[in-house]
Design a protein around this ligand. Structure first.
Ligand code: ADP
Length: 165
């Protein structure tokens, strides 16, 4: 059975992430969606780990081949613990490449057995990121076409009492 891990912040999960998950399942029998529970010094999360997990679980409830959990600490340690070898990531623009390449090289140094596999973004979602979705929602815009309905509700709730500035 071929197992892969798809790690990410998923703050929140978007249709772009879901597209990567669907396409990964064409190659792998099982996918572990691993929600990052490490604090990020430069990128504070909008949603806490419980909320991010809840949104991922709701969005992927119809996928039997997907397991969802959070992870803390280094990705390479988590992969080892799960006895997995393959890590999925998505690539949109050149700016993604720079970051992903650096992460690939470092992870490979830390665990030479690990293989990272990159899916090119679907053209439909090439402009889509969790950050831009949060920005649209914060300014009162509609996110309907970019995130699952439950995520849309969660964003709405989060920003309901916030006056756009
Ligand atoms: P992280 O903070 O680990 O980058 P994200 O949730 O932002 O977590 O992204 C997880 C992975 O999904 C990354 O590899 C990112 O490039 C990819 N990704 C996010 N949005 C898209 C998209 N619209 N198309 C393709 N890949 C995407």
């Amino acid at each position: 059975m071929k197992i892969a891990v798809y790690p990410g912040s998923f703050d929140p999960i978007t249709n772009g992430h879901i597209d990567i998950i669907k396409r990964s399942l064409l190659v792998f029998d099982k996918l572990i969606v691993a929600v990052n529970d490490n604090p990020h010094p430069l990128k504070p999360y909008l949603f806490n780990i419980k909320e991010r997990l809840e949104m991922v679980k709701e969005a992927l409830s119809s996928y039997q081949e997907v397991e969802i959990e959070s992870f803390k600490g280094l990705l390479v340690d988590y992969i080892k613990k799960k006895r997995a070898r393959f890590v999925i990531r998505g690539l949109r623009a050149l700016s993604d490449f720079e970051y992903e390449f650096q992460m690939y090289l470092m992870n490979k140094r830390l665990n030479p057995d690990l293989e990272m596999i990159y899916f090119m973004t679907n053209q439909k979602y090439s402009h889509l990121s969790s950050s831009i979705i949060k920005e649209i929602a914060r300014l009162g815009g509609k996110t309907k076409n970019f995130v699952p309905p439950f995520v849309e509700q969660m964003l709405h709730k989060k920003f309901a009492n916030l006056t756009p500035i």
